[in-house]
Design a protein around this ligand. Structure first.
Ligand code: G3H
Ligand code: 13P
Ligand code: ZN
Length: 303
């Protein structure tokens, strides 16, 4: 069933689990993701970047995703990932997306607020959820900004208040792309705790491919418990461990999986030239990896 990010993620925040937001660029990846959600009985977010839209066409992508959502028994939201231009936000809303991200993270604070407010105004009219971002990640984002800036908790409070967004992407040390995180965890859990303690909307983690499972688990469960110190009530301590990250974005891990499966067929069975026999196994591999992510995020059986 088709629903919005706001509904899926407010529930996840309260239930202390995270919902995966998986990127797709074609039918096989999309079906692989939706099949996983059905098998795990998990809510799911499927998302497309501006680049995916430029590649496939928004009418094609929304048509297959809305068809899948309608047929699915689990809640499915269709989300625009990293919308940098308002024209893509408008196009997504027009084509039935139930959620959009306006990514002004590369802009100065006031400009980020201004463009986010515009996106919120457009989305509200159609009951579409809005995600924004404060702070920058490595990878594709540092190509734009040239540097990585982690989210400032005080600024985040002001940002949420002045924009009215439904969910906020935070920068706590992840980066986009493959082959990262080979060494020790560099996630700033202290910062996550500070943000979470003052922000009352679901938080989003981008660049989550390749992060070791125990670190993902910790981010979902929200890292460390607050310590019993003077001025911190027991109720506050209990609350502090309740909500962590509520939405986790995964793209690169699916790309690597899909590519490896296609390569495997092509290399081991050079006689095969039926596209269904090349792409079919890749679709199955997507289902497998997405199921594993859903279990890790604790969204299985939460549909
Ligand atoms: O964060 C988004 C991506 O992993 C980059 O996607 O190449 O479709 O822009 P893209
Ligand atoms: P990865 O490159 O780590 O998969 O990040 C995906 C993402 O953040 C999409 O918005
Ligand atoms: Zn991202």
């Amino acid at each position: 069933m088709l629903t919005t990010n706001k509904i899926i993620l407010n529930k996840a925040r309260k239930g202390r689990y995270a919902v995966g937001a998986f990127n797709f660029v074609n039918m096989e990846v999309l079906q692989g993701i939706i099949n996983a959600a059905e098998l795990e009985k998990s809510p799911v977010i499927v998302q497309t970047t501006e680049g995916a839209i430029d590649y496939a066409g928004i009418e094609y992508l929304s048509a297959i995703a809305l068809t899948a959502a309608k047929k699915a028994k689990v809640p499915v939201a269709l989300h625009l990932d990293h919308g940098k231009e308002l024209s893509y936000i408008r196009a997504a809303i027009k084509n039935g997306y139930t959620s959009v991200m306006i990514d002004g993270s590369h802009l100065p604070f006031e400009e980020n607020i201004a463009i986010t407010r515009k996106a919120v105004a457009l989305a509200r009219k159609k009951n579409v959820s809005v995600e924004a971002e404060l702070g920058t990640l490595g990878g594709i984002e540092d190509k734009v900004s040239g540097k990585v800036t982690l989210t400032d908790p005080a600024k985040a409070v002001e940002f949420v208040k002045r924009t009215g967004v439904d969910t906020l992407a935070v920068a706590i040390g992840t980066s986009h792309g493959a082959y990262k995180f080979k060494g020790k965890s560099k996630l700033d859990f202290r910062r996550l705790r500070q943000i979470k303690d003052v922000i009352r909307i679901p938080l989003v983690l981008h660049g989550a491919s390749g992060i070791p499972p125990d670190i993902v688990k910790k981010a979902v469960k929200y890292g460390a418990k607050l310590r019993k110190t003077k001025g911190v009530s027991d109720a506050h301590i209990r609350k502090s461990v309740k909500e962590g990250i509520s939405k986790i974005n995964i793209d690169s891990d699916l790309r690597l999986t899909f590519d490896a499966a296609v390569r495997e067929v092509i290399m081991t069975k050079p006689e095969v030239f039926d596209l269904r026999k090349i792409l079919g196994p890749a679709r199955e591999q997507i289902t497998d990896i997405v199921r594993k992510k859903m279990r890790l995020f604790r969204s299985s059986r939460k549909a």
